[in-house]
Design a binder for this molecule. Structure first.
Ligand code: GLN
Length: 296
């Protein structure tokens, strides 16, 4: 397929149009946006740069780089993997093979967590939060960016993911308040948390084969596979949260589209209460399950 792709001699403007058309013909979901991001990365230009240089012709190296990116996208690799970066909560996250691409849906977890904290005091409080299975660090760092005196600890079973998360903390200037621990969920943590968050793996093992290529072939299996029924992680996290939260502290977890009922059941079985209904994402899916440890 990539043999047909040749941007040699095209202006930036023309390359953007022809790449958009190619991606659209390849049934890529957001062809305009993907084309802009790929050209920006191939030429190392932001949107303003692309616009002001619209009439300049691509160099042979730029044309070759762009053709390579286009071929990868047409074969199902997500743009974020190709360019190695994804924006989440207004922050830039670098990715590695061991981290999920942060999803817009996951911003619902950040919103729900901030709503819970806002009911009990100002964001300037000194709080302690934990993010279990942090991946790129997206949820923890988004929260720290909103909570100026809060410190956080992020865990992951993958050392490569923790390295990525730490470099993201450094890049966003949040490293002094972020700590990283290699362990399975909360197994190495000691208590006293005001907030625990997690986007654990939750796809039932047998459903993985049917996921979109972008996810199945490019996201790390360990971050997707939730075991036979998809709930393995919540069975671990719910009792751990009951052990680690301060009285009145909250647990917010991301869940799959049909999982909120079962997960709220696991929370109450672990002795947690349900102060609010699950929070829906922009697609109307109940995405964030919210539980609390009883206030004293
Ligand atoms: N939301 C991811 C998906 O694309 C799954 C992430 C997860 O299992 N935590 O299906």
């Amino acid at each position: 397929m990539s043999a047909d792709i040749d941007f040699t001699g095209q202006t930036i403007e023309a390359a953007r149009r022809s790449l958009t058309n190619l991606l659209r013909a390849g049934n890529i979901e957001s062809p305009e946006l993907d084309a802009r991001l790929l050209i920006g990365a191939a030429l190392n230009l932001d949107l303003t740069g692309l616009i002001s240089a619209a009439k300049r012709a691509l160099s042979p190296n730029e044309a070759a780089q762009l053709a390579q990116f286009a071929g990868r996208r047409l074969y199902g690799e997500p743009v974020a993997r190709i360019i190695g970066i994804k924006e989440f909560w207004g922050l830039q996250f670098t990715l590695s093979a061991d981290t999920l691409v942060p999803r817009p849906d996951t911003e619902t977890i950040v919103e729900a967590a901030l709503e819970c904290l806002d009911t009990s005091g100002p964001r300037s409080r000194t709080l302690r939060i934990a993010d279990l299975g942090t991946g790129s660090g997206a949820i923890l760092l988004a929260l720290l960016s909103e909570l100026p005196n809060t410190t956080g600890v992020a865990t992951d079973i993958s050392l490569a993911a923790l390295r990525t998360a730490r470099s993201n903390a450094e890049r966003s200037g949040l490293a002094p308040r972020a700590h990283f621990i290699a362990c399975d969920y909360a197994s190495a943590l000691a208590g006293g948390f005001d907030l625990i968050v997690s986007n654990p793996p939750y796809i039932p093992s047998a459903d993985i084969a049917g996921l979109a290529i972008e996810v199945r072939d490019h996201d790390p299996l360990r971050a997707l596979d939730g075991g036979r029924d998809g709930f393995d992680a919540y069975r671990i996290i719910a009792p751990e949260a009951a052990r680690l939260l301060r009285p009145g502290g909250s647990l917010i977890v991301e869940v799959g589209h049909d999982q909120s009922k079962t997960v709220t059941g696991l929370m109450t079985a672990a002795g947690l209460t349900l102060p609010r209904r699950p929070k829906a994402d922009l697609g109307g899916i109940r995405r964030a399950v919210i539980a609390q440890k009883k206030p004293r």
